[in-house]
Design a protein around this ligand. Structure first.
Ligand code: NAP
Length: 243
């Protein structure tokens, strides 16, 4: 069974590499998802049975300031992958990684797979459009989730009033392997069983000397404030369960 992971050098990709045995992990230059020819060449050469598509432009500010690049990477990049898989004609199983940020998140709501998305910023718009593109391919599962690597927070402060049902990247990788085991299709939420603030998450991840901040101090593109999710199609996980 040949597994190909896009974005394998990223936060989630690193965790996926620990879960799957000898996956094919093209670097950005080897297979630039925004470049149709590069995607066709790599996929038709390696003929994966399973493709986990994590590569994306994920910075909210970066996507807002570079809309063209964000669209080319997150939407057209997904289209390039779908088109290549259609050409491959081996019924490769596609996992498309999406986000809790496709929802508005104005209240504490615990969004399920059946709730209506309402993205707040351009990153989330491109991820939702990527979902639509992924659905052009029949053998697909769209996984929405929310995670951080279990390590020191990369910023000096974290929000005390932005929430989610977060997991660590290793937990999500394990969850993805379980979804693949069942060959689920459609949309699946991989969510934690506990709502917490980003600050609480950062402390749980082992951060030291971390400052607190609130959204009142934030200036930038609109954010999904409460990214809490639930699931009607899958199960919830306890953060840190995978270790
Ligand atoms: N992090 C979160 O909180 C979160 C939450 C929910 C969903 N997600 C989704 O989960 C996925 C993985 O997120 P992450 O946090 O692991 O992202 P990340 O750490 O920023 O990694 C992104 C990966 O995509 C690659 N990439 C970007 N543009 C590319 C291109 N044109 N061609 C090929 N590769 C390209 C990057 O490679 P280079 O660095 O070499 O460019 C990197 O390996 C994304 O689809 C994201 O939308 C993330």
């Amino acid at each position: 069974m040949k597994i190909l992971i896009t974005g394998a050098s990223g936060g989630l990709g690193k965790s996926l590499k620990k879960v799957f045995k000898s996956p094919i992990c093209p670097e950005h230059q080897e297979m630039d998802i925004a470049d149709k020819k590069s995607v066709d060449t790599f996929i038709l050469k390696h003929k994966p049975d399973i493709l986990i598509h994590t590569a994306a432009l994920v910075g909210i500010r970066e996507c807002e300031d570079g809309k063209e690049k964000a669209w080319k990477t997150n939407v057209e990049g997904t289209q390039n992958i779908v088109n290549a898989l259609k050409k491959l004609k081996n019924n490769c199983y596609l996992i498309y990684m999406s986000t809790a940020c496709v929802f508005a998140g104005d209240n504490e709501k615990y969004y399920t797979e059946y709730d209506v998305p309402a993205p707040k910023n351009y990153y989330s718009v491109t991820k939702l459009c990527g979902e639509i593109v992924a659905r052009q391919y029949e053998n697909t599962c769209i996984i929405r989730t929310n995670f951080v690597p279990k390590e020191q927070w990369k910023y000096p402060k974290a929000f005390t009033d932005r929430f989610g049902t977060y997991l660590f990247a290793d937990d999500v990788a394990k969850g993805i392997s379980e979804v693949i085991g069942k060959k689920e299709k459609g949309i699946i939420h991989i969510a934690g069983n506990k709502r917490m603030s980003m600050y609480g998450l950062a402390i749980l991840a082992g951060s030291k000397n971390l400052g607190k901040m609130t959204l009142a101090e934030y200036q930038g593109p609109p954010l999904t404030i409460d990214m809490s999710m639930s699931t009607k199609r899958w199960k919830k996980y306890k953060i840190g369960f995978s270790k």
